[in-house]
Design a binder for this molecule. Structure first.
Ligand SMILES: *Cc1c(COP(=O)(O)O)cnc(C)c1O
Length: 410
């Protein structure tokens, strides 16, 4: 989003016009920004056999998946439904990695039948996998290197009491299961959680993985997961990709040398590819002044963007209807009948009823976590691509709320 001729625009389109055309609340994504992020990641690893697997749980709209594919990235999925969405978007099965946690073995069998690469994060599932397939289906194993990433436990997955991955301390048990079932392990994986602050953390995890990898003779790739930190507010420290690229490439090359073969290097970014490309546009319903605060009450709520309430996530926002207005302090809240705060004490250009507020970093885990709570419709989604705004998901209607309900005679 940039200001051009005193208007907030994406690819030259005035966002207020986009709202007039498609209504609000509205998720808007900038295709150019997504492509740019994919290119940035590629550029950080020049000459390396890199594969980018978009963690599509962050944003599974089919048109976004097609855009990701057109940019040469592949998919990381966490449910059989995501696998099917990926296939529908045109990904080949071999481009899709399935990284489930605590799903039934039946779901894993379904994914095998669809031909995607399976990433197993539990010894008991690996045993069942071995009994079923022996060495006929290659598999990736998710290890937990117990590297503590970031500060927020809710979004870090590598620490010692995390439910994710097979502990690095269980390697012996793991090898026994692999050998006794003749399982063909061709990939090792780690994903230590969101918001890794610097290359240092990545490298610590990588070193643990490299050491473990020496005992897996048939590897084709190592998957370093994600956790690239993007800026949510001005001045936020973000992952220094250039630095990470240089350091990890060096360490990876050294590892490949001692391993005796060149392996592929995989990443699974979600947020990094789509977070900053997304804006959530909401209309101001009311200005409500209390003795303590001036509230901006918008026509949306935690049902549409739950990250502020669920993770205490900070989402920057601007009043795009009044660019030059005097800055005032507001608390921006939603219309859900619960505490429903988008932003506390925010400095916004003076807000009037009817103004459109753009909430930033809405591309990842925004629409995907939207629900029908309070029997509200989920928002529409628009992709701005090649200078045009295209509807990629319709706003819901009453039909959608009735659809699966079964009315019995009472
Ligand atoms: C969620 C997830 C990711 C993506 O995390 P981001 O913080 O969005 O980059 C990557 N890999 C796995 C296995 C995940 O579950």
């Amino acid at each position: 989003m940039e200001i051009v001729n005193n208007k907030y625009t994406i690819q030259g389109l005035d966002l207020l016009d986009v709202v007039s055309e498609f209504g609000s609340p509205l998720y808007v994504y900038d295709a150019a920004k997504i492509s740019h992020q994919v290119e940035n990641l590629k550029a950080a690893f020049p000459g390396m056999p890199l594969r980018i697997k978009f963690a599509c749980k962050s944003l599974t709209n089919l048109s976004i998946l097609k855009l990701i594919r057109a940019n040469g990235a592949e998919l990381d999925t966490v449910s059989i439904q995501e696998v099917r969405l990926g296939l529908k978007a045109g990904f080949k099965p071999e481009e899709i990695l399935f990284t489930p946690n605590c799903v039934s073995f039946n779901e894993i069998k379904e994914a095998v039948a669809l031909g995607v690469m399976i990433n197993i994060d539990n010894i008991s599932i690996l045993e069942q996998f071995g009994h079923e397939y022996h060495n006929t289906v290659p598999v990736c194993v998710r290890l937990n290197p117990h590297i503590m990433a970031g500060g927020n436990k809710k979004i870090s997955t590598g620490h010692v009491d995390s439910k994710f991955g097979i502990s690095i301390f269980q390697l012996r048990h793991l090898h026994r299961v692999i050998q006794s079932n003749n399982i063909n392990v061709i990939g090792l994986h780690m994903h230590s959680g969101s918001d890794i602050l610097d290359a240092e953390v990545f490298l610590r995890g990588a070193e643990v993985l490299f050491e473990a990898a020496m005992e897996f003779p048939d590897l084709q790739f190592i998957d370093f997961g994600s956790g690239f930190k993007v800026a949510y507010r001005e001045g936020d420290v973000t992952t220094d990709l250039q630095e990470l690229g240089i350091q990890l490439s060096k360490a990876f090359k050294a590892f490949c040398k001692s391993y005796g073969r060149k392996l592929e290097i995989w990443f699974e970014p979600g947020k990094y590819l789509v977070s900053e490309a997304g804006y959530f546009l909401v209309r101001t319903n009311v200005i409500k002044t209390t003795p303590a605060t001036v509230f901006v009450g918008v026509e949306s709520g935690q049902n549409h963007l739950i990250r502020p309430m669920m993770y205490d996530a900070y989402h920057d926002m601007v009043n795009i209807s009044n660019i030059d207005g005097t800055k005032r302090i507001y608390t921006v809240v939603g219309y859900i009948c619960e505490t429903d705060t988008f932003g506390l004490d925010r400095k916004l250009s003076e807000v009037h009823e009817g103004d459109i507020i753009a909430i930033k970093n809405a591309g990842a885990y925004g629409f995907m976590m939207a629900s029908n709570y309070n029997s509200r419709f989920r928002p529409a989604e628009v992709l701005i691509i090649d200078g045009k705004a295209k509807l990629i998901r319709k706003r819901e209607t009453m039909e959608d709320l009735f659809k699966n309900q079964v009315e019995i005679d009472i």
